[in-house]
Design a protein around this ligand. Sequence first.
Ligand SMILES: [Zn+2]
Length: 291
Amino acid sequence: MNKQRSVVHIHPLLWVTAGIAVFTGFFYDLLLLFLIVLLHELGHAAAALHFKWRIKKIELLPFGGVLETPEYGRRPLREEVIVAAAGPLVHLPLMLLSYLLLAASVWKQADHQLFMHYNLTLLCFNLLPVWPLDGGKILYCWFCSRVPYYFAQKIMWITSCLFLCGLMFLTLFLFPAHLQAWIIMLFFIVAHYTEWKQQPYSFFQFLLERTQQKHKKNMEPVLKIISMYERPLDVAKQIHKNKRAAFYIKENRQTLPESYILDTIINKRAGLVPLNDLLKKDKTDMYANRK
Ligand SMILES: [Zn+2]
């Protein structure tokens, strides 16, 4: 029989927080908060399913939720922006709904205020330009649309670190004793450290998937000027996520397609051999084949 595993996971830390909330009398507040977080994540999931993304799981944590999908970084920028924005967008109709429920006397002013407070906090918090929040993901897509993938990764990391430092200073001055704020900061510091370590692998993964992408033909072409003394791995740093590159070698006026560079790195494993050596070898091989 097929074992169907649930997509929505509840992190053990959330059960602990829920237990504490029962004892301290904040259970109703917590329930409301997690209902909003769940709807936020379902917003991302609905957009992801619309674009036929695979979803691994939706995990609910005490400070928010995470939609795990293997598709981030592989899909067109437009899809990635829409999926990232779909979560925060959910809060707008929810806030409108709260006004309607208040007007219809379904719930009291206190419920409305609490609901609005949670929605506004989650909306603003998730739109912060910090990785891996939704705002960070949208900003990353914007960088990817402006500069090559390799540099977009670096610029995003530095920008995110600067915003994180700003957030930490604000927390230090405004809420120095806010334990939950410091736990969230710690989560971000670990996420930034992991992301820095992960960057070379992510770049290689980007190149690997680039060789298999089918929608590349529809991309806008871009011509990059390179030197024949450069190595394919350095040349590949000029590949944009949303553009199909060709490389013009200034010394011999030859133009190489992006696929030549990718094939050299991925299939021939010669990413560190200077281009002039590779081209010389290609010529010798061609001559040998003719003979
Ligand atoms: Zn989100």
